[in-house]
Write a protein that binds this ligand. Structure first.
Ligand code: TPP
Ligand code: SF4
Ligand code: MG
Length: 285
């Protein structure tokens, strides 16, 4: 039977604030799962901790609600255990560019075959509105009543420079476009990152839907050279005009394709491995 987006709902209704941009990303991810006609065991989604990570309760199928800043290493472990399984990470801007900053660098340079979807609301949503690594310089929040001293992390430039092989951007208010971008990222072999502008209507009164609508533009595929790192990084430097679409793409063997021990099949298909895991699990009983 052909799947519909709502087939991926769980029985739990989202607890996000009415109007939150997380709804748009949730819809786009479910659209992508439906376009693949995947059953719940055909993919795994690893979530960080944040309002974004709460999506773990609202999408069915294989999933792991990990720790703040730790979705990537968990996803890498899953991918190395069964490299035939598509692995997606869902994490916030605070999670990805703050706590997981180091993991982001190493996932990119290893070219792990994982898609990371960053819910970039430029704030710590779940912990009720502190400045995040992507908040604007001068941003006044509870944690920075006199204005944020630091300048924002340029997460996509970092990903490109460290070796990510698919780098894109989307907006939660552009569902169809976002669906297409995430689908391309999931289809890409290697490390893909999609930074998604996701307004937090409760705590961030600066980076609103209206703001992103006014400041974003769609890249024209025939005009932008998505194989040039320099051109892609240049696009990320402009904080006033924010590009949507695929900024950078490159073909390079993924990590699991180069790891000698995985050439004859997945780890989970090896009896010596499953026996040792069964043995290990006895310790947890
Ligand atoms: C190691 C660790 N540090 C800090 C926290 C507290 N904490 C939970 S969510 C969060 C921020 C979430 O912000 P973000 O990642 O941007 O996600 P959002 O809620 O905005 O979707 C923080 C600091 C934690 N749970 N674990
Ligand atoms: S606090 Fe912000 S990010 Fe969290 S659910 Fe509410 S609107 Fe969304
Ligand atoms: Mg956030």
């Amino acid at each position: 039977m052909v799947k519909q987006a709502n087939d991926y709902n769980t029985t739990i209704r989202p607890t996000w604030c009415p109007g939150c941009g997380n709804f748009g990303i949730w819809a786009a991810i479910k659209n992508v799962l439906a376009s693949k006609n995947w059953e719940g065991h055909n993919y795994v989604i690893v979530y960080g901790v944040g309002c974004s990570g709460n999506m773990a309760d609202f999408i069915g199928g294989y999933g792991l609600h990990s720790l703040h800043g730790r979705s990537l290493p968990n996803a890498e472990g899953i991918k190395l255990g069964n490299h035939n399984l598509p692995v997606i990470c869902v994490a916030g801007d605070g999670d990805t560019y703050g706590e997981a900053g180091n993991h982001l660098i190493h996932a990119a340079r290893a070219n792990h075959d994982i898609t990371l979807i960053v819910h970039d609301n430029r704030i710590y949503g779940l912990t009720t509105g502190q400045a995040s690594p992507t908040s604007e310089h001068g941003f006044k929040a509870k944690s920075t009543p006199n204005g944020l001293i630091e300048y924002p992390v340029n997460g996509l430039a970092l990903a490109i420079s460290e070796g990510a092989t698919f780098v894109a951007q989307g907006f939660a208010g552009e569902l169809q476009h976002l669906t297409e971008v995430i689908k391309k990222a999931v289809d890409h072999k290697g490390f893909s990152i999609v930074n998604v502008f996701q307004p937090c209507v409760t705590w961030n009164k600066l980076d609103t839907f209206a703001y992103f609508k006014e400041h974003t533009y769609k890249l024209e595929e025939d005009k932008h050279d998505r194989h040039s790192k320099i051109k892609a990084i240049e696009l990320t430097l402009d904080r006033e005009r924010l590009p949507l679409g695929v900024l950078y793409e490159e073909e390079r063997p993924a990590y699991h394709e180069q790891e000698a021990s995985l050439q004859e099949g997945t780890l989970i298909s090896r009896k010596d491995y499953s026996d040792s895991v069964t043995e290990l699990f006895k310790d947890f009983r």
